[in-house]
Design a protein around this ligand. Sequence first.
Ligand code: AMP
Ligand code: ZN
Length: 473
Amino acid sequence: MYLYNSLSHKKEKFVPNHPDIVKMYTCGPTVYHFAHIGNLRSYIMEDVLEKYLRYTGYNVKRVMNITDVGHLASDADTGEDKMLKGAKREHKSVMEIAKYYTDAFFSDCAKLNIKRPDVVEPATNCVAEYIHIVETLVDKGFAYLSGGNVYFDTSKLEQYYVFNDHDEEDLAVGVREGVEEDTNKRNKNDFVLWFTKSKFEDQALKWDSPWGVGYPGWHIECSGISMKHLGDDLDLHCGGIDNAFPHHTNEIAQSEAFLGHKWCNYWFHVHHLNTEGGKMSKSKGEFLTVSLLEQKGYDPVVYRFFCLQSHYRRNLVFSYENLDNAVVAYNKLIAKIAALNPGQEPVDPEALEELKARFVKAMDGDLNTSLAITSLYDVLKAKTNDATKLAALDDFDYVLSLGLLEHAAAVRKAQQEAEAAQEKDPEIDALVQARSDAKKAKNFAEADRIRDELKARGIRIIDTPQGTKWSRD
Ligand code: AMP
Ligand code: ZN
């Protein structure tokens, strides 16, 4: 498999360090609010990556953190703690907020057919690991104490900016306008490993440490949790593209300074889902969640389909119009699958391998899910029997997780029920036929008028690939 590696800025053949296992780490959610569907785009694509690695025969151990402490609201280390903000907003304790939104996150994931990682670790569980790393960094001269906090000294590194081709001077301005500068730092990009003094003294969760009572910075948690469960090396680290700087850059800085060798080989970054107005936000505009989509009548799996139609390294624009197009395409696909009839024919192994080869080629080319979706249509058009087509679709859906066969079975069942309920009434039959003729002639106004008339008479019509059926309500 070839994957784009943000570290080398090119597509590389994926070769794990150990032949028997792929060590995969994913930055998990900050559980101060619901995940928006942009966050979930990242988790969907990471889920596809994990499942594809398993599909090709790898044994994968995937670890994810849950950020329940230390994530500040700005890139500078002076912003307000996000968890604390959530707790204040809802008049609850930080731990209550963390539990509520962790459960909500996994419930959203389940609706999107995202598998739960093998290990899910809340950041507050691993404070001893962070303290050990920070102590070692201080001993090795990579960290210093200033104003009560422990900072990582980025000037001690040969190369700090690993992901960006940007001019260092440009990035050194890193601290955004309007954000107060932390005067304890020796260098602009130094970052907090351990806080004992923050502007926010009402921080709820604090632990004893060699530097006083305090709490860990955000970046250290991913290094600590990854090393606790996956050891001193990592094959694959994932996250949204906004995590590349400063979060992942800082993870690499502290992990490699601590270990004294290279830490992670491949960095997989998912580009953003944006709204037509720009960046997706939890506070501005409509807060786009899975629950909101459900309230509006969308099946969450259609959102997954919408995401898979685009490559993960392209920004994707969300609009209801785009989602509606995905609904139409998904329903058509399901209707075609529902029309397949496996009968008594055996699967043709040769034809199946040929179909699989197209899917594998798409996925091997930097996880090209958009081409993989096209390969579903190739299956439907293939010159082979229906049993083989269904076997291929089932096989691909292990990775794509679009519920293809289940949804098709549900459609088939509904059709059979409609047929069983089909009554004989020549007048209604004639009206249904007239509506179909109007639709064929693109006279949609007339088709809608007839539909309304039938509705007024208590007749429900169901369009199926085998024609239009009707039943009385
Ligand atoms: P957070 O809960 O803010 O820590 O973010 C969870 C994950 O969502 C991280 O991997 C982010 O990089 C990712 N993310 C944030 N915004 C977006 C977006 N608009 N599109 C895709 N991924 C995003
Ligand atoms: Zn992380």
